[in-house]
Design a protein around this ligand. Structure first.
Ligand SMILES: NC(=O)C1=CN([C@@H]2O[C@H](COP(=O)(O)OP(=O)(O)OC[C@H]3O[C@@H](n4cnc5c(N)ncnc54)[C@H](OP(=O)(O)O)[C@@H]3O)[C@@H](O)[C@H]2O)C=CC1
Ligand SMILES: O=CC(=O)O
Length: 330
């Protein structure tokens, strides 16, 4: 039998519901868990493109949030909203009942959780750590082991959805690990997201996220090739975007990114360096089960070229520039 999978989605979203979702009180009069309110202090580590709006939504929902970020200035907007500040991940974990982490990659996720003054040093029985970064299963298991060795609980919960869904509280959580922690933070996930899946053992959430993102990365390359080819044969690429949007291969991503890609504008929602990281990790995942993913391998090479062109911090749709550069060099 495969891992337990449960979807709780389709919830209507409304301001009033968000305001009621959290209680800043640390009293235990409202038992944590499904159906109860979340009571206790919430930590948030990592306030980049995704972490900042996620933490912001928790604060706006009435949660008692304590933040930390490597670059301290990124905490300021959250402090203005009412967040508290601690000067290390260990101090945040020590001050909070549940701590979320949204870090760039496996290296930073491990450093923040397990390094000097890392979150694990502030963990103790009764506390929870929820890592929402996109990492590989081995990294997630390593972090989980470090957290649970303190007696605390661990949940991996990478998200599908980009900057705008994070701002709108419409992320999709792909969780795995400690199910009682999953139930305990369910209301917090519902503040930040529109649906949540519980996928069983630690590693399954990471794997699901990598599979989703490898499909996304290849789709973007294929779309880029289509835009360039349509233009080259004398078609209007804007019309291609419109045609695609009306057919069976329509995807919000194409409609959202297409018009700006045609103008060679790549405002960053999902940094290209993170998409390439996800393809790299997906290739390793496929390798671990001897699965061939040649389309993903080819897409990965293109993202690597894009990075070498200085596009790492642009949106991942800038991968189209790598195709243009290739053409010029041929
Ligand atoms: N953007 C998106 O659309 C989505 C991103 N993701 C995933 O979410 C994660 C975060 O993405 P995003 O917010 O876009 O990324 P950003 O690059 O905007 O933010 C990365 C965060 O990680 C921190 N960080 C990086 N290196 C270190 C380190 N060595 N030690 C401590 N902190 C560090 C950064 O701190 P500092 O501010 O100091 O640099 C920052 O807070 C990634 O794993 C990404 O793949 C998932 C879904 C969507
Ligand atoms: O990881 C990126 C996303 O859009 O999801």
């Amino acid at each position: 039998a495969g891992p337990a999978m449960r979807l709780r989605g389709g919830r209507s979203r409304g301001g009033a519901r968000l305001v009621l979702a959290c209680s800043a009180s640390s009293s235990s009069s409202s038992p944590p868990g499904e159906g109860g309110g979340f009571s206790g202090r919430v930590g948030f580590l990592g306030l980049g493109i995704m972490g900042a709006p996620m933490a912001s939504n928790l604060i706006k929902a009435g949660c008692d949030v304590t933040v930390w970020n490597r670059t301290k200035s990124k905490c300021d907007p959250l402090l203005t909203l009412g967040a508290k500040y601690e000067s290390s991940p260990a101090d945040v974990a020590s001050a909070c009942d549940v701590t979320f982490a949204m870090l760039a990659d496996p290296e930073s996720a491990v450093e923040v959780a397990c390094g000097a003054n890392g979150a694990a040093q502030g963990m103790a029985p009764g506390k929870g750590y929820v890592d929402v970064s996109t990492v590989d299963a081995a990294t997630s298991k390593l972090i989980g082991k470090s957290i649970t060795s303190t007696g605390a609980s661990f949940l991996e919960a990478p998200v599908s959805g980009s900057k705008k869904p994070a701002e709108d509280g419409l992320l999709i959580f792909l969780t795995a690990g400690d199910e009682s922690l999953y139930n305990r933070v369910a209301l917090l996930l519902d503040v930040m997201g529109k649906s949540r899946f519980f996928l069983g053992d630690v590693g399954n959430g990471a794997a699901m996220k990598l599979v989703v993102n490898m499909v996304m990365g290849s789709m973007m390359v294929s779309f880029s090739e289509g835009l360039l080819l349509s233009e080259k044969v004398g078609l209007d690429p804007n019309t291609l975007v419109e045609v695609i949007s009306q057919g069976a291969i329509s995807a919000p991503m194409f409609s959202l990114k297409g018009p700006s890609m045609v103008k060679a504008a790549y405002p960053t929602a999902f940094p290209l360096k993170h998409q390439q990281k996800d393809l790299r990790l997906a290739l390793a995942l496929a390798e671990s089960v001897s699965q061939s993913i040649p389309t993903v391998a080819a897409a990965n090479e293109l993202y690597k070229v894009a990075k070498s062109l200085g596009l790492a911090d642009q949106d991942f749709s800038a991968v189209i520039e790598a195709l243009k550069a290739k053409e010029q060099n041929e």
